[in-house]
Design a protein around this ligand. Sequence first.
Ligand code: 6R9
Length: 658
Amino acid sequence: MTAQAQEKGASAPVYAPSAEFAANAHVDAEKYAQMYETSVKDPEAFWREHGKRLDWIKPYTKVKNTNYSFGDVSIKWFEDGTLNVAANCIDRHLKDRADQTAIIFEPDNPEEDAQHITYAELHRRVCRMGNILEDMGVRKGDRVVLYMPMIPEAAYAMLACARIGAIHSIVFAGFSPDALGARVNGSDAKVVITADYAPRGGRETALKSNTDQALLHCKDSVKVLVVKRTGGQTTWIEGRDYDYNEMLLEADDYCPVAEMRAEDPLFVLYTSGSTGQPKGVVHTTGGYLVYAAMTHQYVFDYHDGDVFWCTADVGWVTGHSYIVYGPLANGATTLMFEGVPTYPDASRFWQVCEKHKVNQFYTAPTAIRALMAHGNEPVEKCDLSDLKLLGTVGEPINPEAWNWYNDVVGKGKCPIVDTWWQTETGGHLLTPLPGATALKPGSATKPFFGVQPVVLDPQTGEEITTTAAEGVLCLKDSWPGQMRTVWGDHDRFQSTYFEQYKGYYFSGDGCRRDADGDYWITGRVDDVINVSGHRMGTAEVESALVAHAKVAEAAVVGYPHDIKGQGIYAYVTLMNGIEPTDELRKELETWVRSEIGPIAKPDLLQWSPGLPKTRSGKIMRRILRKIAENDYGSLGDTSTLADPSVVDDLIENRMNKG
Ligand code: 6R9
């Protein structure tokens, strides 16, 4: 966006949408206002119309049947319609787009050739994978876990499951064997699809070997389908392991689509919460796809022929909705990148943009900050003239990073859509529409169609009705992409999201609404931290730490981190008689990596002979957070502590002295 930025009183600069962009956009300011109004005044009529963007086998007559009353939460969209997600993402495009590229695959190693997979080829591949899964005994409703590199076969596997009516559950390839095993058990999966190795940033993760380890803790009946990625050596268990590349030669090119009800589950995706172990977020077929496709088109202003690149991994919800389902439902060309932003060097993202003439580029603030640290040269040496729009997701973006993204990457010409949403929401909830919304660096601005955000007073639970407001962010009423339940635990779904504030969906985020009605996310209000745009429950890291034989107690909090947004700060109390050493510190770091995965490794670990507790034994995290933030001047009231002297020790030995 250009420097027409105007100072609005004392508040942030505002960037009005350019007239040129608005003229060609799906939605301008006037249309947004009008569509938004209908969407909330008459959601039935609005979604009855927009549900038609999909091909239904049996059209729906019912549109919305949702109930947020506590103890009886039930969310249904288009419930009497039937459809198939793979047919919507592939088959219906074959008439006009058989030869159009559906997926561009850019491998980790830039020397390796990119692949262009057409819709016709995608159809063959997905059919074959569907037939292979059926040969392995997978049936409608069965769960299939994917533990895959970012290769086209990951997308084939997702769509093959959807085609035959199986429910996929993707486990990010950076998770450890233990985490994988827990998810295989949690979803009671029949098959795990994996690859021999996952190349990433010039290194390789041994996915097959991790899978072997994970399955030691799972039912013997679980089968493994192995895709060859590097051809590296793996062990093979006859009868359990199936060779994808071999089966591919025999598999039939056509696989019929299963007729699914709109409310049949499409996938389960485990995500961290404030308590306990990760929960399986369940998304269903009809509403999810309508919402993913619609947000993809409007938020990124996607037009036919554009090349869209979302840099996420399919292991996260962003990869589900905006690498695979949304774009393919729209007949788009979507780019899948196997690598990392800084390999072989900090110019990689921009080289990929140049090479594939990317039009819309969607990434996380943590990547922008990391690349910004390498200066402008890696960006400026690439031709980014095809870029029309930039997007961010996963965490709040700081104005410095926003400005750099805008000036250096977007050359002041590309609107930036800062999209706030969650695994639970299926798609964007708060976001600018690039032809309609005035942008403010750091604000996710306005609600998408059908979304009714409210700001509640965290103490009273009352809705704050003034335009300017600060409190917790909740959603009044449902939207089609909303999660429907927690896998196997509907009570947990109700109590996590609908109990705290009766009659609302509670997001877990705090926010501020400014005088223009724009929303600014202030971060989680629960014990979830956001590390490089990934959610991590502090309770998960704590339970991993205390599972180590030498650890008596642990408390984990977030602290501000220049690149990651938040870093993981762990306070660890050792068992009596155990000496704190640097070796033990390393051992614990490795331990957490192996219990959860590299993303959970504490950035700072402090030995804490005692933790600040109330007399009833509750750890006072507020104090631990302050110490981790290096803000120990304002610890507040410590008089309720059982032993206030532990605080002095913690301050004395704090790790974050920056
Ligand atoms: C899509 C995704 C969700 C949490 C969410 C919030 C944070 C996501 C954001 C943002 C500020 C944005 N978050 N987008 N915070 N601005 N544009 O990230 O899902 O992994 O479930 O994380 O991420 O705290 O509650 P998920």
